[in-house]
Ligand binder design. Structure first.
Ligand SMILES: Nc1nc2c(ncn2[C@@H]2O[C@H](COP(=O)(O)OP(=O)(O)OP(=O)(O)O)[C@@H](O)[C@H]2O)c(=O)[nH]1
Length: 637
């Protein structure tokens, strides 16, 4: 028995220990059986109750109310009533509901079922308001018990099944499994024996698994009743005997009395009347020992049946009359029908046909009423089932709709995610493309520039300067503007190379280009047309101005300080100047400039020679010396 609920942890924190033990009792997790054990657990709970803790004290009191009074109905009832008043005064709705349930149980024991129902209804209302599933489950289960007893099987079944749902939802396995018994009882009373067997089996198996002797005892007793109703008397007797054994193991006289009463009932069904009488006497003693008078009607009825069976008619009539008086208060038709049928047969045997007939009629009335009620119950139960099935269908529909909605939302989210990803991907692609195109463009510009640029000096190469010249010639013709061309050649460059090396030669070329660029205007174009040969295009420049530009270039080069490159290094250039004549094409213009240059070389270099016209060009072509037209000539010094 798992009752050692206290421990070192609880000693350290009594409030937590109290709560834990109270929870276990509330949740029916602690199988408390027997007077002594119950008192021990209650004392343990009391010891952990923190002083001055009003809420916990009320909790202790309602647990005591339920567990502490055994069959002392009066004391239990008074205790419950006091607790109820105190809970209300303290505004503790939870405790109030529990005291309602406790008082209901004492009403039940006092066989005042309608008062019990009122208490349970009140408890259910409070539990519902509090939204407390445990309390509501317990209250429904208790109310179902009373309804079942009153023959309101459909209502009872609805309450038990709702309680079962709550228990299972809250994972209160012990309570859920005990409740299976209640469901089984209702099915038995409704005559659905197959279902009753099914639930009893489940309840018994679970009780065995949980080592719960009390539930095992209940299951055995209920099975005995079920067998009697199925007219399987032998099996009923066996099961009732097992119930007696279990009740004795529980050590509760009240339970033993109930089990023996059940055994007597089964023995009567088996026609073992003498044995039934003996067992009834034991049961009577058991009930007397705990001052339980609640089973008086059933004792009398079974005594009556046993005496009738043994042919002791007078005694039988006496007991049956006594039972009739007691049973009239209860609404139990089955037992009353049994009573009238038994008494009718006794009267018949006693040759009292009128009395026998009257009782037969009563028995018939009971039977018909039961059948009628049975049909109503069945109808009610069917409509309850229909309603709950409809509710369930509705719930399923709502759940399915919610799931569908969620699916749609998820699908939409997926589409949106895909869209975002695609957009991102497309953006990245576009960005990559832009970068790629830009790089391609830059590359092609670089290549184009390289194709048109002289690698050493960075100025236009031959192709580029000739293109420029073509454009300027066309523009000059169109605008009737002058144009001049200079060709420029470094003097004795071979010597520079030979003396200082090719690298120095390169540096000299760069310095000369730089000097020329400095000496030219923005619109003038400078290009390298050969190793050490350059061309300058001077748009809008008259021959005189061109001669001046050429001289400026020459002087700039001559003035170059190349001492940094190599000591004693000097460079000069010779320049030929030609201006655009009306009949000139580009080649002719260049030829004439070249001719002038040739003359400058010939005349001693480091000088500027102006083209002397078509003759000069022809002369140049023929490599013949023409008359020098030196404008500016410094000559080698
Ligand atoms: N360092 C260097 N030398 C070059 C380059 N291009 C051509 N040359 C050299 O320039 C020299 C030109 O020599 P020539 O044509 O005999 O003429 P020059 O020595 O300048 O004599 P004149 O023109 O008659 O004054 C050759 O030795 C070429 O090899 C170049 O890019 N760099």
């Amino acid at each position: 028995m798992a009752v050692a609920a206290g421990g070192r942890a609880e000693t350290r924190d009594p409030a937590a220990g109290f709560d834990r033990l109270a929870d276990r009792l509330d949740n029916h997790e602690l199988a408390v059986s027997g007077e002594a054990q119950t008192q021990r657990v209650l004392a343990e709970l009391r010891a952990m109750l923190p002083p001055g803790d009003a809420r916990r004290e009320l909790r202790y009191r309602y647990l005591y109310c339920v567990l502490g009074f055994g069959n002392d109905v009066r004391a239990g009832f008074d205790y419950a009533a006091q607790g109820l008043a105190d809970a209300r005064k303290a505004g503790d709705a939870y405790a109030e509901a529990n005291f309602q349930l406790c008082r209901g149980q004492y009403h039940e024991l006092a066989t005042t079922s309608s008062d019990a129902l009122a208490d349970y209804d009140a408890g259910i209302a409070i539990a519902g308001k509090l939204g407390d599933a445990r309390l509501l489950g317990d209250a429904l289960s208790l109310r179902g018990g009373v309804e079942s007893l009153l023959g309101e099987h459909a209502k009872a079944l609805a309450d038990f099944i709702e309680a079962q749902r709550l228990y299972e939802g809250a994972h209160r396995d012990a309570a859920a499994e005990s409740n299976l018994l209640n469901i089984a009882i209702v099915y038995r009373r409704m005559g659905d024996y197959a279902k009753a067997h099914d639930f009893l089996r489940q309840a018994r198996d679970s009780a065995v698994r949980r080592h719960d002797i009390r539930d095992q005892y209940f299951a055995a007793l209920q099975l005995a009743f079920l067998y009697v109703e199925e007219e399987r008397a032998d099996a009923a007797v066996d099961s009732a005997r097992a119930a007696v054994d279990l009740a004795q193991r529980l050590g509760e006289r009240g339970s033993t009395g109930l089990a023996r009463l059940g055994l007597a009932y089964a023995l009567n069904a088996q026609r073992g009347y003498a044995q039934a009488l003996a067992v009834l006497k034991q049961a009577e003693a058991d009930f007397a020992a705990v001052s339980d008078r609640s089973e008086g009607d059933m004792l009398d009825l079974n005594y009556g049946i046993a005496y009738a069976g043994l042919g002791q008619y007078e005694r039988a009539i006496k007991m049956l009359d006594a039972a009739e008086g007691k049973l009239r208060n209860t609404n139990n038709m089955r037992y009353r029908e049994m009573l009238y049928a038994t008494r009718a047969s006794v009267y018949e045997a006693m040759h009292k046909p009128a009395a026998a007939l009257a009782d037969y009629k009563r028995a018939m009335t009971m039977r018909e009423t039961m059948h009628r009620m049975g049909r109503t119950q069945y109808g009610t139960w069917m409509s309850y089932q229909f309603d709950s099935q409809r509710r369930e269908l509705e719930n399923r529909r709502l759940i399915a709709e919610a799931a569908l909605k969620e699916q749609r939302v998820k699908a939409l989210e997926r589409v949106r995610n895909w869209q975002a990803a695609t957009l991102l991907f497309a953006t990245l692609l576009v960005a990559l493309l832009v970068v790629f195109v830009w790089r391609q463009h830059r590359q092609s510009r670089r290549l184009r520039r390289m194709a048109l640029t002289d690698a050493l000096t960075g100025i236009a190469n031959r192709r580029q300067i000739e293109n420029t010249l073509h454009e300027h010639v066309a523009a000059a013709r169109q605008n009737r503007r002058p144009l001049a061309v200079l060709t420029l050649d470094v003097d004795h460059f071979k010597r520079i190379n030979d003396t200082w090396g090719h690298q120095i030669g390169d540096d000299v070329l760069c310095c000369i280009v730089h000097a020329c660029q400095q000496a030219l205007r923005k619109d003038d174009a400078l290009g390298r047309i050969g190793g050490e040969e350059f061309m300058v295009v001077l748009p809008g420049t008259s021959p005189d101005a061109a001669a001046h530009v050429a001289e400026r270039l020459r002087a700039s080069v001559e003035a170059l300080d190349l001492g940094d490159i190599a000591r004693g290094l000097k460079a000069t250039v010779s320049i030929g100047v030609a201006d655009l004549l009306p009949d000139d094409d580009v080649e002719m213009l260049i030829l004439r400039a070249d001719a002038a240059l040739y003359r400058a070389k010939r005349e001693g270099r480091n000088r500027v020679e102006i083209d002397a016209g078509a003759d000069d060009a022809a002369g140049s072509q023929a490599h013949a010396a023409a008359a020098p037209v030196a404008l500016f000539g410094n000559g080698p010094r």
